[in-house]
Design a protein around this ligand. Structure first.
Ligand code: CTP
Length: 432
């Protein structure tokens, strides 16, 4: 399925793959294979250091094309000059990109073949970094990343996990299949161009006193992935986030909130001007009746907290006169479809994405499964990591939104120009 999607976006694409020095360079071999399987034509350029990790011959055999490394290779220049190669490329992908290469690209260096090609080409640039976690987190690297993003470069990853030095953190090269999927998403048709998508994500915290709060185990990953997927589909995305430890997806405007009432205020201030609202936050249902001004002290007995119910944000958005297309989530431990359908009706939603939580599922898990329910049917989205799942979900939302928008054509306009862009019609939801 993922392979098929990748093939759709990448068939016939001329990819210039730049490989820089680092232990992750070996993964670029697998990347060449997967890009070719997806239908792309690949030419590899190695930096001098990359050639210390993997031989040009390996890449030559895998790509079926001559591999270039230096600027001063007369035979290679005679076959295809470097400016010709820069012109040949329809997309430049750099994987792995070392901290040094990211810095040189950010500063416009042209001191080797790869950086020269990047300057000489007008092809879009996708960078998959791989470096030690502290090098990635360093302010210098982050400033270089921001510079490159500002110029339109896309960063694929880095991922999180174990690294070569037996440390763990952010800085790992994405797996080759993830790089191919991300590239396919960058190249794919954009179903939400000109649309405004509002997403809520993460938990909410309700203060008990200055040091304690009631929270929940939502990581915010699903909502952040949904925001990224909507952005990839060309939408302008606002993300209202509860307290989470996640990087904001590039190009997404983020507003941080803490409590359910803060989140409600931030969402309602934006909802009327949005085309689609996706409520992926795990909003706390209750808050303490009162927040103690000072830290509560033990008294040797039980502490009784009186809780009030929080307002329902999703239902409030769905009840607006000029309302966006409203998508909710339902995190359930049992009777998933029954409870989710009841929520769809009770909150007057257009669509609900139901998933199972508990026992390694849902909140903290990296993989997930969704049952997507609307009034006219239900559809199961394939189990996948949260970003892949979010991409499937956003594709379906775009299709359903296009139908909804055309049948709501007479609703009052919010005053801003509505794009005529429509999501491509794809599969219909299967009837239950
Ligand atoms: N939600 C919301 N505001 C709340 C509670 C929930 O907007 N105060 C939204 C969530 O963002 C999610 C959906 O409602 O999209 C369902 O959340 P869930 O916690 O599963 O449902 P509840 O409405 O809290 O119902 P219950 O606790 O009875 O399962």
């Amino acid at each position: 399925m993922a392979q098929l999607e990748a093939r759709n976006g990448l068939a016939g694409l001329r990819v210039l793959l730049g490989v820089s020095g680092g232990i992750a360079a070996y993964k670029a071999c697998e990347l060449v294979r997967r890009l070719r399987e997806a239908g792309a034509e690949v030419r590899v350029v190695l930096t001098e250091n990359a050639a210390r990790f993997v031989t040009p011959l390996t890449f030559q055999a895998l790509s079926g094309q001559p591999v270039r490394s230096g600027l001063w290779d007369e035979a290679a220049e005679a076959a295809m000059g470097h400016l010709e190669l820069a012109h040949w490329a329809q997309h430049i992908v750099i994987a792995p990109a070392s901290a040094d290469l990211v810095a040189r690209l950010a500063h416009g260096f042209a001191d080797d073949l790869l950086t020269t090609l990047c300057l000489a080409s007008t092809a879009p640039l996708a960078i998959a970094p791989a470096m030690n976690l502290r090098m990635w987190a360093h302010a210098a690297t982050q400033a270089n990343v921001a510079t490159l993003r500002g110029r339109g470069a896309a960063f694929l990853g880095p991922g999180e996990g174990r690294m070569a030095e037996a440390e763990s953190g952010l800085g790992r090269l994405l797996e080759p299949h993830q790089i191919v999927a991300e590239l396919a998403a960058l190249r794919g048709p954009k179903a939400l161009t000109g649309k405004r998508v509002l997403v809520s994500a993460g938990p909410t915290y309700e203060d008990i006193d200055p040091v304690r709060f009631i929270g929940n185990r939502s990581s915010g990953r699903m909502g952040f992935a949904v925001a990224q997927a909507a952005m990839e589909q060309g939408a302008s995305v606002e993300l209202v986030a509860g307290p989470v430890h996640l990087q904001t997806p590039a190009g997404v405007a983020r507003v941080d909130v803490r409590s359910a009432r803060d989140m409600r205020e931030a969402v309602l201030a934006r909802a009327q001007h949005s085309d689609i609202y996706i409520g992926a936050a795990a909003v706390g249902d209750f808050r303490p009746h009162e927040v103690a001004a000072h830290k509560l002290k033990k008294t040797g007995g039980a502490l009784t907290l009186s809780l009030n119910e929080n307002p329902d944000i999703l239902a409030a958005v769905a009840a607006l006169k000029q309302r966006p297309y409203v998508v909710g989530f339902a995190a359930e431990t049992q009777n998933i479809e029954g409870y989710a359908r009841a929520k769809l009706e009770r909150k007057k939603l257009d669509l609900i994405a139901a998933n199972k939580v508990g026992e390694g599922e849902g909140f903290d898990a990296c993989q997930n499964e969704i049952l997507l329910i609307s009034r006219d049917g239900a559809e199961r989205l394939a189990r996948a990591d949260k970003l892949a799942l979010a991409r499937q979900l956003v594709e379906r939302i775009a299709e359903k939104y296009a139908d909804w928008e055309s049948s709501n054509g007479n609703r009052k306009d919010t005053g801003r120009a509505r794009s005529k862009a429509r999501a491509p019609r794809r599969t219909r939801m299967r009837g239950k």
